[in-house]
Design a protein around this ligand. Structure first.
Ligand code: FES
Length: 104
C-alpha cells in the first residue's frame, strides 16, 4: 500500500541543491526545478552511492562520485541513455509541505 508522507517545507529546497530525506526507511533525494519538486531513490545506479551531495544545473542532477547525469524531471540517465532511469516517487505539495508517496 502506498501512502503520502510529509517531508520538508517546499521553501527549504533550493534549485541547485538536492536534499536527502528518509521515508519509511528509504533514502530519497528531493530536487527542485522552477516550481516543480521531484523525488528519486538516493542511490546512483552506477555504484549505489548517494546522489544528494551532487548538484543540479540546468535541470540535470550530477552524481558527485563519477559524474553520471540524470534528468531532474524524469530521472532518465543522460550519460548512458540506455541505462534505466532512477526510481521516481510521486510528489505533491500540501500546505507548503513536500509529501512523497512511498510503498509501505
Ligand atoms: S556512483 Fe554515481 S557515477 Fe559512480
Amino acid at each position: 500500500m502506498a501512502n503520502w508522507h510529509p517531508t520538508v517545507d517546499e521553501n527549504e529546497l533550493s534549485e541547485d541543491t538536492p536534499q536527502a530525506v528518509t521515508v519509511e526507511g528509504e533514502s530519497i533525494v528531493l530536487c527542485k526545478v522552477k516550481d516543480q519538486v521531484t523525488a528519486f531513490i538516493n542511490s546512483c545506479p552506477h555504484a549505489g552511492l548517494p546522489l544528494d551531495s551532487g548538484d543540479v544545473t540546468d535541470g540535470v542532477l550530477t552524481c558527485p562520485f563519477h559524474g553520471y547525469t540524470f534528468n531532474v524531471c524524469t530521472g532518465k540517465n543522460t550519460t548512458f541513455e540506455t541505462d534505466p532511469a532512477l526510481k521516481q516517487f510521486p510528489v505533491r505539495i500540501v500546505d507548503g509541505k513536500v509529501e512523497v508517496q512511498v510503498e509501505e
